[in-house]
Design a protein around this ligand. Structure first.
Ligand SMILES: C=C(O[C@@H]1C=C(C(=O)O)C=C[C@H]1O)C(=O)O
Length: 370
């Protein structure tokens, strides 16, 4: 091709590439200067406290929000924030390599959420169950953990809420990340595509693709397994099986897509929580999660919610779970906008506390940016 290109075009291409080379050099120097600055920040943090906390979610959210505000294109705000997410991840790793446990195995949406939130320079540690993520963080084996908490089509992840009820008070929510979930029908190179009689996936994913499966594979047996990644792994060794899973699992297990984006709801998304052992200061746009145990008498939910309404606090989620403790029968999980240090949030919390048998603030954290 290039042999036939007019020389004027080649010259333009050369000139443009020389410009890109010069810009890359500037970007390189600026990123290195930024990284040195982060090293200095680490020294300041250490001088203040030998047990310094290096990862600062409120600052990272602020950096990303500012970048999105400043961005003039042509790259989209999300694309630009994603690049800065990785730059910050590398800078933080220079201060301290952050260890993050997630609900594995490798290839799950939770791993994708962990990568989206902490970037590729964090050390991501796979665990076998949600309560294991909690245990890793509580024991200090990892600094942070990532667990799924709700899906827009299938509702809450009850294991996660139950783990919060059982968790030690030192465990705090440090952040949230929302992931658009795209499910694909995946096969291996050995699969006989016209003879698929078994489809493996996590029960939530099977539920998210119910209508598509009814229409396209009404006779295939649907088998719920512990994770989408496990489904992908099983398909490698069975010629008559397919899996429903996402991009990470497809890549990890080298599977091919027979059909893409087969989820019934096009805006299907899952919300994940970041758990840690410290409180996060305000970022300017925050959420707070609480859990409240109520005595078993009429009107308790109204009593609990009324202070939030009166103080003009915007509630974003309310879930109830059966209590495991015989003394009261309801436990409510509530998310609302605002930080526990805000005056009106404090006032509402004090009043709600007075009518609850027990009320625990699970954490205040920046509203998910990416
Ligand atoms: C540099 C800092 O440390 C970390 C790295 C950040 C960055 O690269 O911008 C931001 C927050 C921290 O997670 C800081 O606290 O400012």
């Amino acid at each position: 091709m290039s042999d036939h290109m007019p020389s004027q075009d080649s010259e333009t291409l050369d000139t443009l590439r020389q410009r890109i080379d010069r810009l890359d050099q500037d970007i390189l120097n600026l990123i290195s200067e930024r990284a040195r600055c982060a090293q200095d920040v680490a020294n300041v943090k250490l001088a203040e406290n030998p047990d310094a906390i290096f990862y600062r979610p409120e600052r990272e959210a602020g950096v990303l929000r500012r970048i999105m505000e400043l961005n003039q294109g042509p790259l989209s705000n999300e694309e630009m924030a994603r690049l800065f997410r990785e730059i910050m991840s590398s800078c933080l790793a220079l201060e301290q390599p952050v260890r993050v446990a997630y609900l594995g195995p490798e290839g799950t949406f939770t791993e994708q959420a962990a990568l989206k939130h902490f970037g590729g320079s964090a050390v991501h540690v796979s665990t076998n169950a949600i309560d294991e993520v909690f245990r890793e963080v509580e024991a200090g084996a990892t600094h942070y953990g990532v667990v799924p908490v709700e899906n827009s089509t299938e509702g809450i992840v009850s294991h996660t809420l139950d783990s919060f009820m059982a968790a030690s008070p030192s465990l705090k929510i440090n952040g949230e990340v929302v992931l658009r979930i795209h499910q694909h029908l995946l096969v291996s190179e050995r699969t006989r595509r016209d003879q698929i009689s078994r489809i493996y996936s996590h029960s939530q994913s099977l539920a998210q693709c119910r209508k598509w499966l009814d229409a396209h594979y009404p006779h295939a047996e649907r088998i719920a397994v512990s994770s989408n990644a496990e489904a992908a792994r099983l398909v490698k060794s069975e010629w008559h099986s397919a899996a429903i899973a996402g991009d990470m699992a497809a890549k990890r297990y080298g599977l091919e897509r027979v059909a893409e984006k087969i989820e019934d709801q096009p805006d299907n998304s899952t919300r994940f929580l970041i758990i840690g052992t410290h409180d996060v200061p305000p970022s300017g746009d925050d959420k707070t999660s609480i859990v409240a145990a109520m005595r078993n008498k009429p009107g308790v939910l109204h009593d609990l919610l009324e202070p939030f309404q009166r103080h003009g606090i915007d509630m974003t989620r309310l879930e109830s779970r059966p209590s495991r403790n015989g003394a009261w029968s309801y436990v409510f999980f509530i998310d609302f906008k605002g930080h526990q240090n805000d005056e009106k949030v404090r006032a509402a919390l004090d009043e709600a506390q007075a009518c609850a048998a027990e009320l625990k603030v699970l954490g205040s954290y920046p509203v998910g940016v990416l």
